[in-house]
Ligand binder design. Structure first.
Ligand code: RB5
Length: 145
């Protein structure tokens, strides 16, 4: 599985942890930046990464910012992207089973999301397949119009 990762400064530390985890688990990854905790604008990184997922260059994307919100909004503007800002393992699992979400976004600030929980969310989100149920397929088709 090929995974695009991206963050702004607020998500940089969490992205680093996730990157290490994904490399250990032998996933093929590309880091679209940012590369430091210097203040920057999340769309500069989340948008190209989301476009690469939508194009099919990557199977999934995992993006982090301070709250997970900015990168989620950015990703969901790209046709073909279904991004979830997950805050629990249950939400991560359901986002795959029901929504076939291809981008996971996470809050990098500890006050919003514990980094250990974030890694558990990543793990379950990557491991959970889409249910393929007719009702979910119908709903996903309606998103694209
Ligand atoms: C940066 O301060 C912050 O706005 C960003 O990381 C993100 O949380 C936006 O949604």
């Amino acid at each position: 599985m090929k995974i695009a990762i991206a963050s702004d400064h607020g998500g940089f530390a969490l992205k680093k942890k996730i990157k290490k985890y994904l490399i250990e688990k032998k996933y093929e990854i590309k880091d679209f930046g940012t590369n430091s905790e210097e203040s920057c604008d999340y769309p500069d990184f989340a948008r190209p990464a989301a476009e690469a997922v939508a194009k099919g260059d990557f199977d999934r994307g995992i993006f982090c910012c301070g709250s997970g919100v900015g990168v989620s909004i950015t990703a969901n503007k790209i046709k073909g992207i279904r991004a979830v800002n997950a805050y629990s393992e249950e939400i991560a699992k359901q986002s795959r089973e029901h929504g076939d979400c291809n981008v996971l976004t996470l809050a990098g600030r500890d006050k919003y999301l514990d980094p250990e929980l974030a890694l558990k969310i990543v793990s379950i989100w990557l491991a959970t397949p889409f249910s393929g149920d007719e009702r979910h397929l119908r709903r996903i088709k309606k998103i694209e119009g």
